[in-house]
Design a protein around this ligand. Structure first.
Ligand code: PQQ
Length: 255
């Protein structure tokens, strides 16, 4: 009956409260893999596996944002959304988030060409991330905007992750966490806009329900990626053929 209580939301305030409840219950800050990552309980190889897989998510974010913009007749919304693409891809002399993410990968000892090749990612990473891009392409514009609302909860995870990585791993330097420091400003701006948008445009109970479901879907996209990492690289569930094999993994655990 989880969903039932979201079907009768009466106004924007109730919608916002429901969205915050979904985040408090389902955001991937709660995932056991993040608990291990942020408290220094992973090996360098496991952190590499996380950064490598997460690169695929980063790489697809501008594509999903372009998909959203391609469907959008509202110039104001496009002007606002465009900034997200520039944040990730960079613009002119300005480096973007993807370049910063690659520096994190490189700092962890991964070859950037290998990371960019997308060869070593887990199947579930590809399926989850591709499902997000498809969702934004195919669902209503309102649901597409709503699916970005996990970013409401991202600053908290970055605030936890920056000191968590720096203090607990001697192989992580200040330069390597630059990506997360930038997101501390970018995410609240983006999430604030998206929240105002859904508050205004979800003007029926049916639309408010659709917005909540879009956020739940997106929480699942993030959760599924960590499930796969946890299974393959922490629980010893087996690394699929072709996926990244950390150098510090005991040989018998590799498939
Ligand atoms: O590190 C994280 O936990 C995290 C989470 C999320 C998110 O909640 O979707 C994003 C990011 N980071 C991020 O860096 C980012 O650029 C981003 C864009 C989006 C989006 O859906 O448009 N989410 C996120």
């Amino acid at each position: 009956m989880t969903y039932a209580r979201y079907q009768t939301l009466e106004n924007a305030d109730q919608l916002e409260a429901a969205l915050r409840e979904v985040g408090a219950e389902r955001y991937h800050i709660l995932h056991p893999f993040h608990r291990l990552l942020h408290t220094g309980r992973l090996t360098r190889g496991q952190v590499q596996a996380w950064a490598l897989n997460r690169y695929y998510y980063q790489s697809r974010i501008p594509m999903k944002d372009a998909a959203l913009m391609s469907r959008c007749a509202d110039r104001e919304l496009r002007r606002e959304w465009l900034v997200r693409i520039l944040d990730h891809d960079g613009f002119g002399e300005q480096e973007g988030g993807i370049a910063r993410w690659l520096r994190l990968c490189q700092g962890l000892g991964l070859d950037p060409d290998y990371v960019r090749s997308e060869e070593g990612i887990l199947p579930a990473t590809r399926f989850a991330v591709d499902a997000y891009v498809r969702f934004v392409r195919e669902q209503t514009l309102l649901e597409a905007v709503a699916s970005s609302l996990t970013e409401l909860f991202a600053p908290k995870i970055h605030e936890e992750r920056i000191p968590g990585l720096l203090q607990n791993y001697d192989f992580v330097s200040e330069e390597m966490v630059a990506y997360f420091r930038r997101r501390l400003d970018q995410a609240p701006r983006d999430a604030g806009f998206a929240l105002a948008y859904v508050r205004e445009h979800a003007d029926t109970a049916e639309k408010r329900f659709a917005v909540v479901k879009a956020l739940i879907f997106k929480c699942d996209v993030l959760w599924a990626q960590l499930d796969a990492l946890h299974h393959a690289y922490v629980l010893g569930g087996g690394i699929p053929k072709g996926a990244f094999v950390p150098a510090d993994l005991p040989a018998q655990e590799a498939a």
